[in-house]
Design a protein around this ligand. Sequence first.
Ligand SMILES: [Zn+2]
Length: 111
Amino acid sequence: MGQEGSNEPKTQNCFRCGKELPPGNLTYVAQIRIFAEFDGILREPEGGVDRQLDQLLKQVERSNPEDLEKEVFQEFNFALCKSCRDRLVDEFEHPWEGPFRVPGGMDRFTH
Ligand SMILES: [Zn+2]
């Protein structure tokens, strides 16, 4: 009745080829998590640990907390069509056969 159809399913596009993924069709979601791992090894820095710590704290103060968080943990969800999913899997399994190519480059993540 007079309402806007906000309950219409949202159409997704394939992350790689841009093809429309109509609702009700089989799509694939690639979830990538990138996080920092500390190996527990502290290297003896030049100028002593105190100075190193001081510099680190200053660096943290200057940094945008959001950026800092991104550096530690980032998660991406990509919707993919079947053929792109197959290609992506192939690239992860055989990364030496060519660079990981994303249409438009990775720039789309730097807002
Ligand atoms: Zn695709």
